[in-house]
Design a protein around this ligand. Structure first.
Ligand SMILES: Nc1nc2c(ncn2[C@@H]2O[C@H](COP(=O)(O)OP(=O)(O)OP(=O)(O)O)[C@@H](O)[C@H]2O)c(=O)[nH]1
Length: 153
């Protein structure tokens, strides 16, 4: 799927791949994260186990993912915070320890989804305008091509 996010004077277009989280599909994950500019690793705030699993994904990304990948942690199901098992403090402390963005979201109620992508947008470094590769982020220059002297991200 795609998502376009305003960032300063620019629009950043994200090309998003949703990987299957189950262990049996684990070996397919590198196909998704290879060459990606950012990874959103999602856990369920009502399931401590999902937070442990998230840490395994972070380890894998650090060991095998692109060197400068932006990592964002999404604590999903924040609409169910009355039955939470993972505190926001634990998530923040962990995110800080690995240099990741952290946001609690609700996919169900569309809470903090924009904030999550804006946070990622702010951290994605500008692309070399001569670079041809697709790192998963495409910049839209208000209809003007990059050759008009505007920076590509
Ligand atoms: N209350 C609540 N339920 C949610 C939220 N997001 C997803 N769910 C529910 O959680 C269940 C699992 O959602 P999925 O989107 O299949 O989760 P997933 O992690 O993508 O699953 P895989 O693709 O199998 O890895 C579904 O029943 C969703 O309706 C949320 O923000 N709040």
């Amino acid at each position: 799927m795609t998502k376009t996010v305003p960032c300063g004077n620019e629009l950043h277009k994200f090309l998003i791949w949703d990987t299957a989280g189950q262990e049996r599909f684990h070996s397919l994950a590198p196909m998704y994260y290879r060459g990606s500019a950012a990874a959103v690793i999602v856990y369920d705030i009502t399931k401590q186990d999902s937070f442990h699993t998230l840490k395994k994904w972070v380890k894998e990304l650090k060991e095998h993912g692109p060197e400068n990948i932006v990592m964002a942690i999404a604590g999903n199901k924040c609409d169910l915070s009355d039955i939470r098992e993972v505190s926001l403090k634990d998530a923040k402390d962990y995110a800080e320890s690995i240099g990741a963005i952290v946001v609690e979201t609700s996919a169900k109620n569309a809470i903090n989804i924009e904030e999550l992508f804006q946070g990622i947008s702010r951290q994605i470094p500008p692309l070399d305008p001569h670079e041809k590769g697709n790192n998963g982020v495409i910049c839209i220059h208000g209809g003007k091509p990059p050759s008009q002297g505007r920076r590509c991200c």
